[in-house]
Design a binder for this molecule. Structure first.
Ligand SMILES: [Zn+2]
Length: 423
């Protein structure tokens, strides 16, 4: 048996766009550990982020290793090649031990009819009334349903297999963690769809440890969830039930868990997620990314002086380039342009005013979710400033680090993972 690199029960994906906050991020995991929750850090950066910034995966590795060494972190940590495909995976291979294989583009593209036929033949157990423990009603799946689902997803699953084997060839089997993501697609996967997908992923012998389905509702970048919380909770629990059942049935890795690609800061679903995890004794990978970059801007603004001036400059340049910045993220942002403050207004702001508008505190009436989303997708502006931006990060490290750690711990790790003290 090959020894498999295994992802722990609870893990947090963190994005560090400019590779300067790994230490402050890891501090949040240390704080969680000190408060009774082991949450394993995973530094994720997608090909898209690397391309926009002009960075290489080696910089993420260097920053993570340095942070771990400096803070004496004794537990595992990982580096996630986020949302990769066959064409983009190679430059991540020397540096990453976690691969998020994104097959969303192949969903809905017709699979080979013979492969679909063979799948249906092989999986007659999926036809009929399927009893899934902890789902109220049995899933009624007809032969036609399986055919339809397999036709929609089989090509995507085969792609995942190809990419996974490509990585295994380069890194050696068992030396990496595999996630398959299907979140960047039009509609959420239903429980029968997820069951069929998991059976097909098992057929491909993918050592799947996390899966990122698409959930109901809007997951806009850097702001709270928009949608029906009751419906989310129901779907989240159904996903947990299907995963628990499929893991046993199809011999998938026993630690297989859900990965929630949160787009950062989906505070209102944390309580439903927490209840679901407790009910199923399930693990979770929570992926965040841009929330840390926004804490950099908050820290700069809080520092005042040249820090505040730079934060204002980033906002006003972002306003000038709003169309270009928003285009790659069109499906995951909802910016009401009429509610964006003008450059003149922002240029007149104090530190407190800038921070109040940007910091994700829904209770603060000065919080502006439109400004927050624009800055979330505006990291390219900071990247273009090059050394000047990085120098500012160094100069104002203390105030930025405090914001980065506090945000990850207080707003994410604590509500999701740390034990709730008794009365
Ligand atoms: Zn995603």
């Amino acid at each position: 048996m090959i020894k498999q690199l295994t992802l722990a029960k609870y893990s947090i994906g963190m994005g560090d766009r400019f590779a300067h906050q790994a230490k402050a991020q890891l501090q949040a995991c240390l704080k969680a550990a000190a408060n009774g929750a082991e949450v394993i850090p995973v530094w994720n950066k997608s090909n898209r982020e690397h391309t926009i910034i002009g960075s290489e995966p080696s910089s993420t590795r260097a920053a993570a290793d340095a942070a771990v060494k400096e803070l004496g972190w004794q537990r595992p940590y990982h580096l996630d090649a986020d949302h990769i495909r066959l064409e983009t995976v190679d430059r991540f291979i020397p540096h990453c031990d976690f691969y998020t294989i994104d097959v969303a583009d192949s969903i809905g593209k017709p699979a080979d009819p013979q492969a679909v036929h063979a799948f249906v033949e092989r999986h007659s157990e999926l036809i009929g009334e399927i009893l899934i423990p902890n789902i109220d009603r049995p899933l009624a799946i007809s032969c036609g349903d399986i055919q339809r689902i397999a036709a929609k997803y089989l090509l995507a699953v085969q792609d995942a297999g190809k990419i996974c084997r490509h990585i295994a060839k380069a890194k050696g089997e068992g030396n990496f963690i595999t996630e398959v993501s299907m979140d960047e697609t039009d509609s959420p996967q239903t429980p029968p769809e997820l069951l069929v997908i998991l059976a097909a992923l098992a057929d491909e012998k993918i050592p799947l440890q996390t899966i990122a389905p698409k959930f109901t509702g809007r997951f806009n970048k850097g702001v709270d969830y928009v949608g029906d919380l009751g419906q989310f909770e129901k779907e989240f629990r159904e996903d947990l039930a299907v995963i628990a059942c499929a893991t046993k049935r199809y011999g998938l890795p026993a630690n297989l868990k859900l990965s929630v690609h949160s787009g950062s800061d989906k505070f209102s679903i944390y309580a439903p997620i927490r209840r679901g995890l407790a009910r199923f004794n399930a693990g979770l990978h929570l992926k965040t990314a841009g929330t840390t970059w926004l804490e950099e801007v908050i820290g700069l603004a809080e520092a005042g002086g040249d820090g505040l001036a730079l934060a204002k400059e980033i906002y006003s340049t972002a306003l000038d380039h709003i169309d270009e910045l928003c285009a790659p993220y069109a499906t995951v942002i909802d910016i009401d342009r009429g509610k964006l403050p003008s450059k003149e207004t922002v240029n007149g702001w104090t530190s407190t005013q800038f921070v109040s508008a940007l910091r994700h505190d829904p209770k603060n009436t000065a919080f502006n979710m439109n400004l927050r989303q624009l800055l979330h997708v505006g990291f390219k502006i900071a990247a273009k400033k090059g050394e000047r931006y990085l120098e500012a990060l160094k100069k104002h490290e203390a105030v930025i680090a405090k914001n980065v750690t506090e945000n990850l711990y207080e707003r994410h790790l604590k509500p999701l993972f740390t034990p709730i003290p008794g009365p």
